[in-house]
Structure formats: C-alpha cells, structure tokens
Design a protein around this ligand. Structure first.
Ligand code: DUT
Ligand code: MG
Length: 152
C-alpha cells in the first residue's frame, strides 16, 4: 500500500480533540466530519444551514483535493444531504471546513452537537492547460450527449 499523505490540520476548537476524523475501517474512503455545535440544530424540511467542523486542513499539494460528501445513512433515511451537493476543497484552502447541510426530506431533523454529518475524501487532481484549436479530430461520440447513446 502506498504511503498516506500527511496533511496539516488545525483544531479551531479544543472540543474537537476528542473527535478527530479518522478512517472507520482499513478500507474506508472517507473520514467522517462532525458538527461543531453548541446546541442541537433543528432543520425543518427545505432548510439549509452552514455548519462548522472546527477543523482546518491545509492540503498544500495541488495534485490533491478534498471532497465533502454526504453520509449515505443520513441522506437516504433522513434526507440530510449537502446544500452544494458536493463540497470541493482546494489544496490552498486554509480556512475552516464548513458543511452546508440541507434537509431535502419531508420531516424535521435535529442534528446533535458533534454528530457525524458528512465525510471528507482526499482525491488526486490533475490540473490542465487549455490549448485553443479551431477543430477536433473526429471521435466516436462527437458532440452527442444527454442520452444520445439510447434510453436503456
Ligand atoms: O462544502 C464546502 C465547499 C467549499 N469549502 C471551502 C473550501 C474551498 O476551497 C473554498 C471555496 O470553495 P468553492 O471554490 O467551491 O466555492 P466558491 O463559491 O467558488 O468560492 P471561492 O470564490 O472562494 O472559490 O470553500 C468548504 O469549506 N466547504
Ligand atoms: Mg471557487
């Protein structure tokens, strides 16, 4: 197995020391992030709130990025997903990781302080350069999209 990148991480609230993100199993792709709340937060259906995590992670390497993704249990059972659908964390971002929590369900949901509400995944990134051209060499797909290959 390859070496794990070491990412600098700041705790912006001492209470987080007891709740450091970690991989729940050897094969976990993400580390769960917890809600830094002083009191329970109730989201009525349709409500979207920005929730602190109390963590700042400086990835530093431009060939990596962070992604904040919903937890499947919360999303499927309670309709608790992300207001931005997916959070993309730039490698040069040094601020607090914030989670946009959206109740897309039909019932009220109360988030408890330090509850795990999303997950952080580190992914490889390739930065590109754009080379302007007037035409492309033909490909099998051409400009077909949005169902052009058939309905089933
Ligand atoms: O769920 C998220 C998404 C983003 N961020 C932070 C890290 C990211 O690097 C920064 C900017 O995110 P993005 O580029 O998606 O937002 P923007 O609306 O384009 O803001 P900006 O103009 O700052 O790039 O905000 C979070 O903390 N949580
Ligand atoms: Mg941006």
């Amino acid at each position: 197995m390859s070496v794990r990148p070491r990412l600098q991480c700041k705790l912006l609230d001492e209470r987080l020391r007891d709740y450091l993100p970690h991989y729940a199993t050897q094969g976990s792709a993400g580390m769960d992030l917890r809600a830094l709340l002083d009191a329970p937060l109730t989201l009525v259906p349709g409500d979207c709130q920005l929730v602190r995590t109390g963590l700042a992670i400086h990835i530093a390497d431009p060939n990596l990025a962070g992604m904040i993704l919903p937890r499947s249990g919360l999303g499927h059972k309670h309709g608790i997903v992300l207001g931005n659908l997916v959070g993309l964390i730039d490698s040069d971002y040094q601020g607090e990781l914030m989670i946009s929590v959206w109740n897309r369900g039909q019932s009220e949901f109360t988030l408890a302080p330090f509850e795990r509400l999303a997950q952080y995944v580190l992914v490889p990134v390739v930065q590109a350069e754009l080379a302007l051209v007037d035409s492309f060499e033909d490909s099998a797909r051409g400009s077909g999209g949005f169902g052009s290959t058939g309905a089933y």
